[in-house]
Write a protein that binds this ligand. Structure first.
Ligand SMILES: [Fe+2]
Length: 452
């Protein structure tokens, strides 16, 4: 029996495996590119280490790709085979993996909550719970899971900054911006490579419309991003949101080509179809085009990375982005097939995601196709009834906003000025501040204002 870095027992006799497991947790929390290598080290030192097998399966689930399901199944089988004599905490991880593999994602969260109730410093359970709930759009639940562990953390607890970063993001997504910014900045002071805290502060700044501060914040920390995995692309995406509001288009296109979608980057070469990368790319290109900016061949360059996702219904937030890419690249048949696949999953699958596909992802995808065709009445027809359910796609308010921007564009293009005040009030309801000073929304606000 060994212990992890937080003092929780691990059912392994190998000190090397236990140390590598703790490094895996730190790597996952830190978005480090060497996370899976640490996990492989743990399993090399103890091939019977059930918790490490379960962690591997759960990390692979988090990639949201059908391609990994055979490997997830292997991890689950290995974890179950070595489950005898495990602690309750370790057994709950296997329960979480069983639930996640079966598509019962909220049941997995319940297992994480049970772990955290007795082990509030279990950062793996905290992060997995946060990410699962984040991708389900369950922001209040996401905040609550971390917030209830907060009184049990002290500044001296190992990796306190990681707790602060999780807490900060939940605060931010529930609109508690001052507290979010304080916790996020404190985490970064403790650990400048805490990319999740860097990100949480960036979210606060984007929601408050503090674009110049946002560029300065990310610029001050970009030197710390060398050990990061694909998440680094998302940090650069955030920087582009600030540049977009500042009208700095050249900076955005350069960042896109050099930092977000550089085909020579080792990260892209290792995995060119990571789902969050596709979200970042699609969302940024769409936002640029909504502001009249020509993005050249960048849509077409993404097609090969998304075409094989037809039939992959692991992420209701990403699927509409895949459709957005295919429609923009002129791949109408593939875009159509992807929506058909999404419709089929609603009827064939009984997991957590199908209702989210039905309520949010499918309308968003159909709207993306209609918008690309210039069929603005159709965008309104599809998206107006679904707009207050779009949170069910998952993702952050800042990410979901691209669909709101599309809806605004179609309302304006259709001459439906009557909709603008309603939609503007809903953007504020989602937590966006300084709306009149924003691109697109500022123009819509002026258009909506009654003549003096
Ligand atoms: Fe983000």
């Amino acid at each position: 029996m060994q212990s992890d870095a937080w003092g929780y027992p691990l059912t392994t006799d190998s000190a090397e495996a236990a140390a590598a497991y703790s490094e895996t947790v730190r790597g996952y929390l830190g978005f480090r590119a060497d996370t899976m290598a640490s996990l492989q080290t743990a399993l090399k030192h103890d091939p019977d280490f059930a918790l490490a097998h379960a962690a591997k399966g759960l990390l692979l689930c988090s990639i949201r790709s059908l391609r990994f399901y055979p490997k997830i199944k292997e991890s689950l089988t290995a974890a179950q085979a070595h489950a005898k004599g495990l602690s309750k905490r370790e057994a709950l991880y296997i329960e979480a993996l069983e639930a996640a593999f079966a598509g019962q994602l909220t049941a997995a969260v319940v297992a994480y909550e049970a772990i955290l109730a007795e082990h509030p410093h279990d950062l793996l359970a905290a992060r997995l719970a946060q990410m699962e709930l984040f991708w389900l759009g369950e922001s209040r639940w996401m905040h609550a899971v971390i917030d209830r562990t907060n009184p049990r953390w002290q500044a001296t607890t190992p990796d306190y900054h990681s707790h602060l970063s999780l807490w900060s993001f939940g605060l931010e997504e529930t609109g508690q911006y001052d507290a979010a910014e304080r916790a996020g900045r404190q985490a970064v002071e403790l650990s400048p490579t805490d990319h999740w805290a860097t990100h949480a502060v960036a979210h606060t700044l984007v929601m408050q419309g503090r674009s110049k501060e946002g560029v300065a914040w990310l610029d001050s920390l970009k030197g710390e991003w060398g050990n990061a995995n694909h998440f680094v692309h998302h940090l650069w995406w955030h920087r582009c949101l600030f540049h977009l509001e500042l009208g700095e288009v050249d900076a955005i296109l350069e960042i896109y080509d050099q930092q977000i979608r550089n085909p020579d980057s080792p990260l892209i070469q290792a995995m060119d179809d990571f789902n969050v990368d596709m979200q970042n790319c699609a969302s940024l290109l769409q936002r640029l085009e909504l502001r009249g900016i020509d993005v050249g061949h960048r849509w077409q360059d993404l097609v090969s990375a998304v075409s094989h996702r037809i039939g992959d219904h692991t992420s209701p937030f990403t699927s509409p982005h895949y459709v957005m890419i295919l429609a923009a690249a002129g791949e109408d048949e593939k875009a159509h097939d992807m929506v058909l696949g999404m419709r089929a999953c609603v009827h064939e699958d009984e997991g957590t995601l199908p209702p989210r596909y039905a309520a949010a992802a499918i309308p968003a995808a159909e709207a993306a196709i209609a918008h690309r065709r210039g069929e603005h009445d159709k965008v309104l027809e599809v998206l107006l009834p679904a707009r207050r359910s779009l949170w069910m796609m998952g993702g952050s308010h800042a990410q979901q906003d691209v669909f709101q921007q599309m809806l605004f564009d179609s309302a304006r293009q259709s001459g439906r000025d009557d909709l603008l005040p309603i939609l503007l009030s809903e953007v504020a309801e989602d937590g966006f501040e300084a709306i009149a000073a924003r691109t697109l929304y500022g123009e819509a606000a002026q258009q909506a204002a009654p003549a003096a």
